[in-house]
Design a protein around this ligand. Structure first.
Ligand code: ADP
Length: 520
């Protein structure tokens, strides 16, 4: 009996009631984490940029400082009225670090830019007049009367300067400069690189832990084609928060999946239990009916015979026949119920032996022949004499065959023909029972082997049954290492086949294999 659609919908709604809040919570947690991560990343980007600018400025200051100090003696010579050669001589002594000295006469100064360092005009070259990759840096030279006669200075290679002063700027100047306090704090944990316009590194302080939050800050003045990249160290918060995010996402995804699986399983389990409960209720009423009907018929027949309320001997035989048929049916039903209970409890014990399925089928047919003839069934039997033996419990096999033939009888209408046939192939023996009955729809061919299942076809109310027969056959066959198969065409008939492996040679039989438990 199926679970009503209202109940199913209520259950589904309850399952959604658990799954949706869980998923929403997971989504909120993920969004919150993303926000936190993004804010930490943004802060880091800002700090890195700030520090990058500080570092860039530091190099410029360092260069200016050097120039100022180097040029001071020459400036003094110029101020004291020294001649140009004397000024140039003073420059040569001081600026050994740079290329030069070099004098630019006043009429050539138009191509040079001026920058002011503490009120002193300092000149550096840009655009024309610039030597390959170098800048001219120097001071304006004036005569005592204040007339500018030109500039004296050196060609400077910014890359060389950075390389040479990288360590001193980052380890001494930057930490020692009180204006760069924030930078000092961060330099302890940061990786700092100076790169040229092609991304080549001129110097590096520590390995970066993560480049995502770093940007290249352009340098200015003489260093304008260089840049400073500040990145976080491997143990910085933004690095481990990134790892934490990956971990949290994996955790939330796993939890979400588990919740969904648990809800889906719970839902399926409850639906199945409700279905089973419904089926059991149907089974009890079925069985009650199944037991009561033959008992009532037997009682009626016995009373009739006792009171001799029959007219002829033929009628007497008819009542005896009823008693015989109904007791057989009762016996079969009780056997099915007991077997089923045993197998369900895992107590189905089989006595395995080398069995000839041909004999099994024949004895089952013989016991049913009178009933089949009485009901007008034509029976065709095709059992090869050389059918290999199988290892099986003969009683259980008889039971299976009886169930299949009983079904063939029950589910046939006008075309009352039953065929029992067997064959052996590739180490398997197949015993089939075929009918020309109502057939089974493709979608039902698996379901009919479930316990308590009776198909809602036109015959279900006319034909007696408890929905146990095929489930038993299936369990017995599995316990034998075999299977039951069904082929069917709607309105044309069905063929049920018992498939068992051929028994091994006698020597292979082990003593303990004489009995086995079913593994249902
Ligand atoms: P039942 O006691 O109802 O016969 P079974 O387990 O033997 O229980 O069979 C389950 C259902 O399978 C039956 O109710 C019937 O609908 C279907 N079925 C079984 N055998 C046949 C058959 N030979 N032809 C058509 N339908 C069948």
């Amino acid at each position: 009996m199926a679970v009503s659609s209202v109940r199913r919908r209520a259950l589904f709604a309850a399952a959604l009631g658990v799954a949706i809040p869980a998923l929403l919570l997971a989504v909120v947690a993920v969004l919150l984490t993303f926000r936190i991560v993004r804010s930490v990343q943004n802060d880091t980007v800002r700090y890195n940029r700030y520090l990058g600018q500080q570092v860039a400025g530091s190099f410029e200051l360092e260069l200016m400082d050097h120039l100022r100090r180097s040029i001071a003696p020459a400036e003094r010579v110029a101020r004291d009225g020294g001649s140009l050669p004397q000024v140039m001589e003073a420059l040569a002594g001081e600026g050994s670090e740079f290329i030069g000295p070099h004098f630019v006469p006043v009429d050539e100064l138009s191509g040079y830019s001026l920058i002011i360092v503490e009120a002193q005009p300092l000149i550096f070259a840009a655009g024309e007049g610039v030597r390959q990759g170098q800048y001219f840096t120097g001071l304006l030279l004036r005569q005592p009367d204040g007339n500018v006669i030109g500039t004296g200075g050196w060609w400077v290679s910014p890359e060389d300067f950075v390389r040479r002063h990288f360590d001193s700027v980052l380890r001494e100047r930057l930490p020692g400069d009180p204006r760069m306090y924030g930078g000092i704090e961060l330099t302890r944990r940061a990786s700092i690189e100076v790169v040229d316009e092609r991304g080549r590194r001129l110097g590096r302080l520590r390995e970066p832990g993560d480049l995502q939050t770093s940007r290249v800050e352009p340098m200015a003045g003489p260093f304008e084609h260089l840049g400073v990249r500040v990145a976080v160290a491997p143990d910085s918060p933004v690095v481990w928060i990134g790892r934490f995010l990956a971990l949290e996402l994996a955790f939330i995804a796993t939890m979400g999946l588990l919740v969904l699986i648990a809800v889906a399983f719970g839902y399926r389990y409850i639906v199945r239990q409700l279905e089973l409960a419904g089926m059991k209720a149907g089974f009890v009423s079925n069985v009650t009916h199944e037991l009561k009907t033959p008992i009532a018929m037997i009682r009626l027949a016995v009373e009739t015979l006792e009171m001799r309320r029959y007219q002829s001997e033929e009628e007497e035989r008819k009542f005896l026949g009823i008693i015989d048929r109904e007791t057989t049916r009762l016996h079969g039903l009780v056997e099915n119920i007991l077997d089923f209970a045993r197998l369900e409890a895992g107590r189905g014990i089989f006595k395995f032996d080398r069995v000839d399925l041909r004999q099994v089928a024949q004895s089952a047919i013989e016991s049913l022949r009178p009933r089949l003839e009485h009901l007008g069934f034509g029976l065709e039997v095709d059992l090869p004499e050389d059918l290999p033996l199988v290892r099986a419990d003969a009683t259980a096999m008889t039971h299976c065959v009886l169930n299949l033939i009983d079904n063939a009888v029950k589910y046939s209408r006008q075309r009352r023909e039953i065929r029992v046939f067997a064959s052996a192939r590739n180490g398997w023996v197949t015993l089939s029972v075929s009918d020309r009955g109502i057939g089974i729809a493709p979608g039902d061919r698996k379901r009919i082997f479930e316990k308590f299942v009776r198909l809602e076809n036109g015959l279900v109310h006319d034909v007696r049954g408890a929905g146990l027969g095929l489930s038993l056959v299936d369990q017995i066959m599995r316990a034998h290492g075999g299977r039951v198969e069904v082929q069917s065409a709607m309105g044309e008939g069905s063929t049920f086949s018992l498939v068992l492996p051929v028994a091994g040679p006698v020597a292979d039989e082990r003593p303990e294999s004489a009995s086995a438990r079913t593994g249902t």
